[in-house]
Design a protein around this ligand. Structure first.
Ligand code: 2YC
Ligand code: MG
Length: 263
């Protein structure tokens, strides 16, 4: 049975444009590239005014307030022409295609997908979110080594960790779920992080639906924490005490990663 995602709430999506602008300037400061630049580097693609159709879906927990409207704002922010269909579900899909959508965006409680009707490419939010947040972490200009700490090795964290290993980083990983932990150690060669022998990192990638998952002992001054996880992995107090550069945004960074991956 597919595992339900941690569902967004309308509260997470308040003023998505401001959240995206702030995240974009943090990414620029940390990596020297803006989010668009990261996507171009990651996928080698660039948009040529593809039209995006956003279809609300009523199944399961149903419509999340502001979800489709946020996707509309996000696609506009990254220069895509887009529209939200008046009807939801199948009628919405029909409406989107009839009104010239080339890429469909829609999500139920288990899958958030992008489907390019022109080239048949499809993307899933979970791996696309893990890979782009890992890519952002890997490009920290002030990183002091190729060591990276990864917390959360599930549907989002594992693809991110795999991306970092593939890029030649030495990944120290941890997940409270023993199976997920062992899978990453045996399949990716992730080094098991031992809380008893903590080590400080300048690059941290976290992908869990839990708060305060990062122990103080691994934080180095001015380190980067790249995380799609909600709630945030570190407290405001620790963020300030170590001047941690936090890249965290609820929906836009994962969504643009999906869009560039289907171009
Ligand atoms: O409003 C709608 O169309 C709903 N069917 C949307 C459901 C989205 C469920 N997924 C989430 O809340 C998120 C993902 C977008 C990323 C992580 N969880
Ligand atoms: Mg995000």
């Amino acid at each position: 049975m597919a595992i339900k995602m941690a569902l967004l709430t309308p509260n997470d999506l308040i003023n998505i444009n401001k959240q995206l602008q702030e995240a974009d300037s943090t990414v620029q400061r940390v990596t020297g590239l803006d989010i668009k630049g990261i996507c171009k580097a990651l996928y080698g693609t660039s948009p040529s005014s593809e039209k995006v159709g956003i279809v609300p879906v009523t199944s399961g927990n149903g419509i999340i307030g502001n979800f489709s409207a946020s996707l509309h704002a996000i696609t506009q922010y990254f220069g895509f022409e887009s529209f939200v269909t008046d009807m939801p579900d199948v009628s919405g899909y029909y409406e989107a295609v009839r009104n010239g959508a080339e890429i469909i965006l829609m999500a139920d409680d288990y899958t958030f997908l992008a489907h390019n009707l022109k080239n048949g490419k499809m993307a899933n939010n979970q791996p696309c979110t893990g890979i782009i947040y890992a890519e952002i972490a890997s490009r920290y200009l002030k990183a002091d080594s190729k060591d990276v700490f990864v917390v959360g090795l599930g549907k989002v964290g594992f693809p991110g960790a795999a991306h970092l290993v593939q890029k030649g980083f030495r990944v120290y990983g941890y997940d409270p779920d023993e199976n997920l932990f062992q899978r990453a150690v045996s399949n990716l060669g992730v080094i098991p992080f031992n809380p008893e022998k903590p080590k400080k990192f300048s690059i941290i990638f976290e992908a869990t639906p839990c708060a305060n998952t990062i122990p103080e002992s691994v934080l180095s001054e001015n380190c980067v924490l790249s995380t799609p996880g909600i709630p945030c992995a570190i407290s405001e107090e620790l963020r300030t005490k170590y001047d941690v550069q936090v890249v965290a945004e609820p929906l836009g960074i994962g969504t643009v990663s999906m869009l560039y991956s289907v171009l």
